[in-house]
Design a protein around this ligand. Structure first.
Ligand SMILES: Nc1ncnc2c1ncn2[C@@H]1O[C@H](COP(=O)(O)OP(=O)(O)OP(=O)(O)O)[C@@H](O)[C@H]1O
Ligand SMILES: [Zn+2]
Length: 798
C-alpha cells in the first residue's frame, strides 16, 4: 500500500503530494487525515496523509517508507482534506499551509537539529559515546560542550546531521488519586496515632470512598502534602493514575443559566426565515442596527439546531468581543460550548479543539480559525460583524472565513447567517442581487431610540481658541455624566496614527533605520519603537539632526489622552483599553468586567472597544477623531470609517437610559461621517457604491494584490516589473493591471516592497496564470532572496 503525503516543506517549487510506502505494521492503522513523520532529503518532516492507494507512477521499490505514524485518530476528516484542496485553488496558497491552519498549533511540528548515529557505537570517540548510549541521537542544543568532537565525527561520517520533529505531547496529564472503594478496606489500614497528617488524610478519604480526586486538589482540600498522600497510597488506601485532562480557561464571571427571551416581532420574522431553511445551504445577511437583538437570534437559532442533534459554529471578530459573547453563550448552552480565540494558550486551544473532535461539545464560539472546527454534523454557521477585516487572514493561506463558511454550508446542507449593523459592501450587494437572503432589524430590541449623535467641527473649536483634544461640548457632556454617575466611553481612532517625535526647529521626525515609517513614542518604557520590525531606542532629548532642544511629541496616543483627561476631570476613574494595557492574559476580560461592575466612570480605548460592549449605564460616547481612518490611501477608507463610527455610537443608550454621542472631526462634511450620524446605511451604501463603480473597485471588480520584497530596491522593482509584463501578456484585455509601484510603507525591516494590482470582472485564466507565477518565483526568484505574496480579494491595498 502507498500513501500520498503532503509534506511540511516550505520552499519546494512543486506543490503536490509525494508517494510513500506504508510499512506492513502500519497498514491496518493508517488513514487519510493522519499526521506522519516521513523522510525528506536528509530531514524528517511532518506530513499529512491525503490518500491511500495501491499503485504509484514511480518505482514502488524505490519509495521511501513512512517513518512513523503520529496519530491514532485522524486529525483532519474527509471534509477538511477536501477543503484544503479548495483553499489552495481559491487563495493560491500551498496545500500544506491550508492543512496546517486547520489544526491547533499544538499539533503542528516543531523541528530540532540533531546528530544521529551512522556507525556502530564502538567507532565513536570515547567521550561522545555516553551521549549516544542513552539515545540514538544528540540534540545540537544539548551538545554545546562536545561540539568540536561532533564536528570531527561528522567529517568521518560516523554520525550525520539531521532535522527531526521534536516529540512534545500537548496533552495535559494530571495525577489522579483513586481512593479505595470500600470503607472496610480503609478501616483495615493501620496508622500510628502520632502520624497526624496521615490521620487527617484518612479522615478525608473515608468521606470520599471510591472517588478519584486530582492530587493537587486533595492536597489543598485535605491540607496535606504530597508525601502524605504517597504514604497512604503505599498502605493501599488509594492508587495513583495519570490521566488526561482538559485545561480550564477560567472565566471571571459567574455563569448563571439564562433562557430564551420572547422575540420581538422583527426578530421572530428573521428567526422563522432561518428556521425554515435549517436544512438548506443558504446564506442570510442579517442587517440589524446596533442593539437590535441579533445575538438573541443567534442564540435561538442555535438552540433549534441543537434540538435537531446538530452542531453550530459561532464566529466573532476578535478577542475583545469574546469574553462577553462567550459568557452569553455559556449562560445559554452551558458545557456544550467550546471557546477558541487567540487569548488562549496553545494547550488550552488544543483542549477545546479535542472537545470538538470528540463531539463532547456542540457549539464553538471563536475567532476566525474556529471556522475549521472539526464538527461532523454542522447545522448552522454564524459570522457576527461579518464586515470585520479580521475574518481575512493576512498571511498564507489568505482565506476569508466567510468564504469557508459558505463552502462548508454546502457540504453540510446548512444555512449561514452573516450578521452586521454595517454589512460589507460586497455582502450587501450580494443580498441586493438575491444571492443572499436579506433579513432586517430596523429597531432596537427594547425599542430604545438610537443615540443622539452630534458632529463637532474641530476646525471651529480651533478658531475659537480651544487647542485641547476635547471639544467644549464633549468636555461638558463628560462632566455632566460624571455628576449623574453614568458611564462614558471615549474612543480613539488610532489606526495609522500614533505619537511620533518631531523637531520643531528642523522638522525632523524620528524614523526607523530599517523601515520607512516613523517611530512611535512609548511612554511606559520611555522608548521609541518601530511597530513594523520591533526596533527601539531611547527617547532623544535633543534633535539628532540639528541638536535643537525643541524636540517634542506629536499625535495622540491613549496614554496622552489619559493624561489630558486627568487634567479635565481629575476626579474621574478611568480605565484604559489598548494594546499596551491588554498584553497580559485575561486583561481584556478584567477591564471589561470592572467597567461593567461600575468600578470606573470612563472607558478609554482604541478599536478594541468599538464593538460588542453591552452595558446599560453607558450614556455617552465620545469619538476623539473620526478622520484618521478616513484619509488612509485605501479604497475601503470610507467604508471602514462609517462602520467604526456606527459601531462605537451603538455602545450608548442600549438600555433604559438614552444615549448621546459626540463625534469630533476636521472633515465633518464627509458623507461617511454625516451618514453615520443617523446610521443611514442605505444612502451610505448607494453613495459608496457609486464611488467604487467610478474607481473600479469591489464589489464591481475583483482585486488581487501581488507584493514583492527584496533587500535590494532594484531587484524588488525588477521582479514586480517582470510580473506586470507577464500578466499583461496572459490576461484578457478587460482586466486592469496597476503598477508596479512602491508599497505605502516602501521598506520594512530593510526589505523594499513593491506591488501591483490586478482588477478584473471575469478572468478564467487567472488561477493558472498565478500558479505559473508562483512556479517561476519558487524555482528562480526565491533563491535570490525575494518573497512573493499573492492576496486574492485583499481587505486593503495599502
Ligand atoms: N427579544 C428581546 N427582548 C428583550 N430584550 C432583548 C431581546 N432581544 C435582545 N434583547 C436585549 O437587547 C440588548 C441588545 O441585544 P443584542 O446584544 O443581542 O443586540 P445586537 O444586535 O447583537 O447588538 P450589537 O450588534 O450592537 O452588539 C441586549 O441587552 C439584549 O439582552
Ligand atoms: Zn522598523
Amino acid at each position: 500500500m502507498i500513501a500520498e503525503v503532503i509534506v511540511d516543506v516550505a520552499a519546494h517549487p512543486i506543490d503536490r503530494p509525494f508517494d510513500y510506502a506504508i510499512p506492513a505494521h502500519l497498514q491496518v492503522l493508517i488513514e487519510p487525515g493522519m499526521r506522519v513523520k516521513v523522510p525528506f532529503g536528509n530531514r524528517k518532516v511532518l506530513g499529512f496523509i491525503t490518500a491511500i492507494k495501491e499503485t504509484t507512477e514511480f518505482d514502488p521499490a524505490r519509495l521511501k517508507p513512512i517513518h512513523e505514524l503520529m496519530d491514532v485518530v485522524p486529525v483532519l476528516n474527509k471534509e477538511l482534506l477536501e477543503m484544503a484542496r479548495w483553499m489552495k485553488e481559491k487563495t493560491v496558497c500551498f496545500e500544506i499551509d491550508a492543512l496546517q491552519v486547520m489544526i491547533p498549533s499544538a499539533l503542528r511540528a516543531k523541528y530540532e537539529k540533531r546528530f544521529v548515529l551512522n556507525a556502530p557505537l564502538e567507532e565513536i570517540a570515547e567521550p561522545l559515546r555516553i551521549y549516544f548510549e542513552k539515545r540514538p541521537f544528540v540534540r545540537s542544543q544539548d551538545a554545546v560542550e562536545v561540539y568540536g568532537l561532533l564536528k570531527k565525527e561528522l567529517n568521518r561520517g560516523t554520525i550525520v546531521a539531521d532535522t527531526d520533529i521534536s516529540q512534545q505531547t500537548a496533552v495535559k496529564k494530571v495525577r489522579m488519586i483513586h481512593i479505595a472503594d470500600s470503607l472496610e478496606k480503609l478501616d483495615s489500614i493501620e496508622i500510628r496515632a502520632n502520624a497526624k497528617q496521615q490521620v487527617k488524610l484518612m479522615e478525608y478519604m473515608k468521606n470520599r470512598v471510591g472517588q478519584a480526586i486530582e492530587s493537587s486538589h486533595m492536597q489543598k482540600e485535605a491540607g496535606v502534602s504530597l508525601p502524605t498522600i504517597y504514604g497512604l497510597v503505599e498502605k493501599g488506601a488509594a492508587f495513583i493514575k495519570n490521566e488526561e485532562s482538559y485545561r480550564d480557561p477560567q472565566l471571571l464571571t459567574e455563569i448563571e443559566k439564562t433562557h430564551s427571551l420572547l422575540l420581538t416581532e422583527a426578530q421572530q420574522v428573521a428567526f422563522d426565515a432561518v428556521e425554515r431553511s435549517l436544512n438548506t445551504p443558504k446564506t442570510f445577511l442579517l442587517h440589524g442596527i446596533t442593539g437590535s437583538g441579533k445575538t438573541e437570534i443567534y442564540l435561538q437559532t442555535i438552540d433549534q439546531v441543537l434540538k435537531e442533534g446538530k452542531e453550530a459554529i459561532m464566529l466573532v471578530p476578535e478577542i475583545s468581543l469574546t469574553p462577553q459573547m462567550t459568557i452569553r453563550f455559556k449562560e445559554r448552552f452551558g458545557d456544550l460550548v467550546a471557546v477558541l480565540h487567540s487569548g488562549l494558550s496553545a494547550g488550552e486551544k488544543y483542549d477545546e479543539w479535542r472537545k470538538i473532535q470528540r463531539a463532547e461539545v456542540k457549539v464553538v464560539v471563536g475567532a476566525r480559525s474556529a471556522i475549521f472546527a472539526p464538527f461532523e454534523n454542522l447545522g448552522l454557521i454564524i459570522l457576527d460583524e461579518e464586515h470585520e477585516s479580521s475574518y481575512k487572514q493576512d498571511d498564507s493561506p489568505r482565506y476569508h472565513a466567510r468564504d469557508v463558511a459558505i463552502w462548508r454550508s454546502e457540504q453540510h446542507n446548512c444555512p449561514v447567517i452573516l450578521g452586521s449593523a454595517t454589512p460589507s459592501l460586497e455582502s450587501y450587494a450580494r443580498a441586493q442581487k438575491g444571492v443572499y437572503e436579506l433579513l432586517v432589524l430596523e429597531k432596537r430590541a427594547k425599542n430604545q431610540p438610537l443615540p443622539d449623535v452630534q458632529i463637532v467641527d474641530m476646525r471651529e473649536e480651533l478658531r475659537n481658541g480651544n487647542r485641547s483634544m476635547f471639544s467644549v461640548p464633549l468636555a461638558e457632556a463628560i462632566r455632566d455624566r460624571l455628576e449623574k454617575k453614568e458611564q462614558v466611553v471615549l474612543f480613539l481612532n488610532k489606526r495609522g496614527y500614533s505619537s511620533f517625535v518631531l523637531c520643531r526647529d528642523c522638522g525632523t521626525v524620528m524614523q526607523c533605520p530599517n523601515c520607512d515609517i516613523s517611530l512611535t513614542y512609548h511612554r511606559s518604557s520611555e522608548l521609541m519603537k518601530c511597530h513594523y520590525c520591533g526596533y527601539d531606542e531611547p527617547v532623544p532629548h535633543i534633535c539628532p539632526e540639528c541638536e535643537s532642544e525643541h524636540i517634542r511629541f506629536f499625535g495622540t496616543g491613549t496614554q496622552k489622552v489619559e493624561e489630558e483627561l486627568a487634567k479635565l476631570v481629575p476626579e474621574a476613574r478611568v480605565l484604559r483599553m489598548d494594546v499596551d494595557s491588554t498584553r497580559n492574559k485575561g486583561a481584556h476580560e478584567k477591564i471589561l468586567s470592572a467597567f461593567g461592575q461600575g468600578k470606573a466612570d470612563i472607558l478609554l480605548g482604541t478599536q478594541m472597544i468599538a464593538k460588542g460592549l453591552d452595558f446599560p449605564n453607558i450614556t455617552l460616547v465620545g469619538v476623539l477623531s473620526a478622520d484618521t481612518t478616513l484619509h488612509l490611501p485605501d479604497f475601503r477608507a470610507a467604508e471602514k470609517t462609517y462602520q467604526l463610527l456606527t459601531q462605537v455610537s451603538g455602545r450608548a443608550g442600549r438600555d433604559i437610559l438614552p444615549g448621546e454621542v459626540y463625534v469630533q472631526s476636521y472633515t465633518p462634511e464627509h458623507y461617511a461621517i454625516t451618514l453615520a450620524k443617523d446610521q443611514l446605511y442605505e444612502p451610505f451604501y448607494e453613495q459608496e457604491m457609486a464611488m467604487r463603480r467610478a474607481s473600479g473597485y469591489p464589489p464591481y471588480y475583483y482585486v488581487v494584490n501581488i507584493q514583492f520584497t527584496h533587500e535590494d530596491l532594484m531587484t524588488a522593482s525588477g521582479y514586480a516589473d517582470q510580473t506586470v509584463r507577464y500578466l499583461q501578456s496572459q490576461l484578457s484585455q478587460s482586466t486592469i493591471i496597476i503598477g508596479p509601484s512602491a508599497s505605502l510603507i516602501a521598506r520594512v525591516n530593510n526589505r523594499y516592497r513593491y506591488q501591483c494590482l490586478i482588477k478584473y470582472k471575469k478572468e478564467p485564466k487567472l488561477s493558472d496564470v498565478l500558479q505559473q507565477l508562483i512556479k517561476i518565483y519558487r524555482s528562480e526568484w526565491l533563491k535570490k532572496g525575494a518573497t512573493l505574496s499573492i492576496d486574492m480579494n485583499p481587505t486593503s491595498v495599502m
